[in-house]
Design a protein around this ligand. Structure first.
Ligand code: KIV
Length: 271
């Protein structure tokens, strides 16, 4: 039987306690009010307003085009729905890299205008100045290492990262750097399970995996992928809990049929 932690509100402190007590953290993405309400009532621990909104909400090929204003729109819609889950928002591409002052301004805008609890950004050593500056304002920061989608043009491929010794070593060093800086948690995306387990054991902050095996402290999936709304994206790590694409399509087809055949609305469905 699954026991869910009894708390009125999940905080960064609660996540740390969960790691210490060996209780796994469940995280999913959400981008709108209605879906976020369902996730919160199911008692999801963490909701990530991911920049994957760029793909699944806006239809872009990568996460790069989404803007800070668009992220704030999604984040404030989610935050209005939540009473229990910790809400984390991705800083979008171009709002924190190479300029720690801009990073702080972006993070402050997210916190002030959306009502979210924390921000997430991608990268290690190269963004540490931005992380330090955001943390200095009292804004909790989640890190993200491994396959960092905002760097897809540098990688040139979505294959598993850090399979080579050098890249694995750099990832471990970055994880320690983030841990020391005070980052409250770390997403590890698409890296070998053994490496993710090693990082998890070595750092104090909780690690949340996506395609990183089960030696991490928690898991995250993109909601549209796990519900089967997206069809074409099928990495090995993805478990689909539904085929909502077909379910929604079937309902829409039934509705069209009912309208065209004058079956809808019937006598009881009118005034
Ligand atoms: O944007 C996102 O949804 C993410 C998750 C894949 C971790 O960063």
């Amino acid at each position: 039987m699954t026991t869910l932690r009894v708390v009125n509100k999940v905080t960064t402190h609660v996540l740390k306690e969960m790691k210490l007590q060996g209780e796994k953290i469940a995280m999913l993405t959400a981008y709108d009010y209605s879906t976020a309400r369902i996730l919160d009532s199911a008692k999801i621990d963490v909701i990530l307003v991911g920049d994957s909104a760029s793909n699944v909400m806006a239809g872009h090929k990568t996460t790069l085009p989404i803007t800070l204003n668009e992220m704030i729109y999604h984040a404030s819609s989610v935050a209005r729905a939540i009473s229990r889950a910790l809400v984390i928002v991705d800083l979008p591409f171009g709002t924190y890299q190479g300029n720690s002052k801009e990073a702080l301004n972006s993070a402050i805008r997210i916190m002030k205008e959306s009502g979210a609890d924390a921000v997430k950004l991608e990268g290690g050593k190269e963004v540490i100045e931005s992380i330090d500056r955001i943390l200095s304002a009292g804004i909790p920061v989640m890190g993200h290492l491994g396959l960092t989608p905002q760097a897809i043009n540098k990688f040139g491929t979505y294959v598993v990262r850090a399979t080579e010794k050098d890249e694995a070593q750099r990832l471990v060093e970055d994880a320690h750097l983030l841990d020391k800086s005070g980052t409250f948690a770390l997403v590890l995306e698409k890296i070998p399970a053994k490496l993710a387990t090693q990082v998890t054991k070595e750092v104090k902050m909780p690690t949340i995996g996506i395609g990183a095996g089960n030696g991490v402290d928690g898991q995250v999936l993109v909601l549209h992928d796990m519900l089967g709304i997206t069809q074409e994206f099928s990495p090995r790590y993805l478990r689909r809990y539904h085929n909502l694409y077909e379910e929604i399509k079937g309902s829409v087809e039934s509705y069209i049929k009912d309208v065209k055949s004058l079956d809808f609305p019937n006598k009881k469905e009118q005034y």
